[in-house]
Design a protein around this ligand. Structure first.
Ligand code: COA
Ligand code: AMP
Length: 639
């Protein structure tokens, strides 16, 4: 069946406009497009110029109109609170239309921004779709971010309203969100006019008179509103993701291309038909949650699962199998980290065998490199294909995957298989020349990118051009390094910038360095990502103190750990910092972070020819050894 993939892929590159016009027919448009691809502002390309549609209509109303009102749209399964609920398409539509009314009544309309700061509860999905319904632009902020990160996003997006919940529930306990929200609004220069708050019984929040509105009370009085027809190019959402500094990038997603591409992926990439149950065990705060908990499954008429829990500890490493068998999940999507945690707690897969997984067909992994051990373990114990696929917040859907709906290719653990139709992937060297097959270089995609990918960054077109388009003219820079082998299999090896991947979450070490540098005793610092058995990578900080500072090193290290937690958030998993006398540098003053990481991970490294003082590396090694890293010598590789 491999030829279906080959012919589809070839057609997508040879005739992209015809290819995506065909895919666009699966979406209901209020007005057809004038041009499939707009090339008038190269290198900024746009899809479906002049088309009008509504994403919420395509996700809900059209299915109800087609007689599917009784089909389950959303299953909320929350082992962490011991609750569950099901919503049919008609029920979800009713909630969304009424919450859209709540927003509209408060003056939120087309183009206005709404920040959503919520845990994994159904109201988060309702709020996202309600924004789409009235043409407002949502920006979901992950609950594990601290008040400062929320404040930065409030200032950038300038929302008219914020929708939040009183608390989240984590294995460590109840996390009160409202104090974080209040602090963020206090810190931000921009002030939203309204905050609509879901009061959860585990921790009710104090309301600010005149600004805060209770979700339940507002919904009781709300009037349902219809969908607003928006332009294909109107933004559907902004999702902030880590850049190389403390200033996150506001990735913009438009309505038209997004709906077309996501609907297309459900059958072609995931092999899932309307009516089947699809489960992405992620969070609505990440792109996977946007695309594959909310939009794609609903656009395709699937049942989607909103899971409020963890792969282990809620209550045990068997919870994924319980959910799959209880809700008859056909395909699941999660991060390799989740499987590493399950494998640690249930190495022989005993809990897997307690459940009937007969209807489960495919497991998809993404968000970080899927190590072959994890892929093989999952495949052995589940007895289904385990498909690694590679994508980014910016792309919104997979760049490389084993496209199940186009005939599965042989799985090669360590590779997310081949470029997905629409993606013209290349590997370039530093000079911009193509490297031979099998050789590592920068992974780039030839422009135009397919529909559904980022058209720009929010209020920052120059930054968009600079970050993604400038280095290799005519190509999109993924900032991942890797290679493509002779058979077209893609291998994604490492980021080329200072982004690290912790438990499938993308974090900027540069942003953490900015926080560390703000400590009054710190003269210089560096943060690197070091290997972690479960989370893939975790950040580790190095501090050089100002002359004359005599306070205990452990105290200062503890203080910077707290600073990262309160400034960026617990999601950073920043737990280790150490004081060193100096940082290793090149003679021109560049910190040798790569070499430090190799030492931490006990890898053989090449002594950098330009190193200022090689003796510093021994000091770094000893400091790392004290905290459990650099276990082997990691001697320099022979030249
Ligand atoms: N709200 C508030 N705090 C949150 C949060 C949220 N939504 N999500 C995470 N946190 C906190 C956690 O409580 C934890 O805090 P702690 O340091 O006080 O314990 C911290 O952020 C780190 O969380 P996490 O990365 O989830 O680590 P963990 O040690 O609690 O759990 C795993 C480890 C492997 C179970 C967990 O990382 C996991 O489920 N990973 C899968 C990741 C995933 O699905 N990614 C989506 C991409 S597809
Ligand atoms: P995010 O934007 O949070 O989705 O993170 C995107 C980054 O995660 C990519 O640029 C890669 O570095 C990494 N990533 C995602 N999926 C994979 C994968 N399947 N294999 C290797 N790296 C991946």
């Amino acid at each position: 069946m491999a030829d279906l993939y080959d012919t589809t892929y070839a057609r997508s590159l040879a005739a992209p406009e015809a290819f995506w016009a065909d895919a666009a027919r699966a979406i209901e448009w209020d007005r057809p497009w004038d041009a499939v691809l707009d090339e008038t502002r190269k290198p900024f390309y746009r899809w479906f110029r002049g088309g009008k549609l509504n994403t919420c209509h395509n996700a809900l109303d059209r299915h109800v109109a087609a007689g599917l009102s009784g089909r389950t749209a959303l299953i909320y399964d929350s082992p962490i609170t011991g609750t569950a609920a099901r919503f049919t398409y008609a029920e979800l539509l009713d909630l969304v239309a009424r919450f859209a009314g709540v927003l509209a009544e408060r003056g939120v309309g087309r183009g206005d921004r709404v920040i959503i700061y919520m845990p994994m509860i159904p109201e988060a999905v309702v709020a996202m779709l309600a924004c789409a319904r009235i043409g407002a632009v949502h920006s979901v902020v992950f609950g594990g971010f601290a008040a400062h990160e929320l404040a930065v996003r409030i200032d950038d997006a300038a929302p008219k309203a914020i929708v939040a919940a009183s608390c989240g529930v984590e294995p460590s306990g109840i996390i009160a969100y409202k104090p974080l929200l209040d602090r963020a609004i206090e810190e931000a220069r921009h002030k939203p006019s309204h905050c609509i708050l879901v009061q959860r019984p585990m921790a009710t929040a104090t309301m600010v008179a005149g600004r805060d509105v209770d979700w339940t009370a507002a919904m009781e009085r709300a009037r349902a509103v219809p969908c607003v027809s928006v332009d294909a190019w109107d933004p559907l959402y902004i999702l902030y993701t880590s850049g190389t500094t403390g200033r996150p990038k506001g990735v913009v997603r438009d309505n038209g291309g997004h709906a077309v591409a996501l609907k297309w992926t459900m059958k072609n990439v995931y092999g899932v038909d309307p009516g089947e149950v699809f489960w992405a065990a992620s969070d609505v705060g990440w792109v996977v949650g946007h695309s594959y908990i909310v939009y794609a499954p609903l656009l395709n008429g699937n049942t989607t699962i909103l899971f409020e829990g963890k792969p282990v500890g809620t209550p045990d490493a068997g919870v994924f199998w319980r959910v799959i068998s209880e809700h008859k999940v056909a395909a699941m999507f999660t991060a390799p980290t989740a499987f590493r945690a399950i494998k640690r707690d249930d190495p022989d897969g005993r809990l897997i065998r307690r459940h009937d997984l007969a209807g489960f067909r495919t497991l998809f992994l993404a968000g970080e490199r899927a190590d072959p051990d994890t892929v093989m373990w999952a495949q052995r114990h589940l007895g289904v294909p385990v498909i690694d696929h590679w994508w980014q917040t910016e792309t919104g859907w997979a760049i490389a995957a084993n496209c199940v709906g186009l005939g599965m290719q042989p799985i090669r653990p360590g590779s997310p298989t081949k470029a997905v139709p629409g993606w013209d992937l290349r590997v370039l060297d530093d000079t911009g020349a193509a490297v031979p097959r099998g050789q590592i270089g920068a992974l780039v995609a030839k422009l135009p990118l397919p529909p559904g990918t980022l058209p720009t960054l929010w209020n920052a077109e120059d930054r968009f051009r600079e970050a993604y388009l400038a280095e290799h003219p005519g190509y999109y820079k993924t900032a991942d390094a890797g290679y493509i082998d002779g058979d077209g299999y893609v291998y994604v090896m490492a980021r080329t910038d200072d982004i690290i991947n912790t438990a499938g979450h993308r974090l900027s070490t540069g942003a953490m360095e900015e926080v560390l540098a703000g400590h009054p005793d710190v003269a210089e610092c560096a943060v690197i990502g070091v290997g972690d058995e479960i989370k893939g990578q975790v950040p580790v900080g190095f501090l050089v103190l100002k002359a004359g500072v005599a306070r205990p090193h452990a105290t200062i290290a503890g203080e910077v750990v707290d600073m990262v937690r309160t400034s960026i958030g617990p999601v950073a998993s920043f737990k280790t910092a150490m004081v060193v006398k100096r940082l290793p540098k090149t003679r021109s003053g560049k910190i040798l972070r790569g070499t430090m990481r190799q030492i931490a991970d006990s890898e053989a490294y090449r002594m950098p020819a330009t190193i200022d003082d090689p003796a510093i590396l021994d000091e770094i090694r000893l400091a790392l050894k004290d905290v459990g890293y650099a276990k082997a010598t990691g001697r320099p590789a022979a030249e």
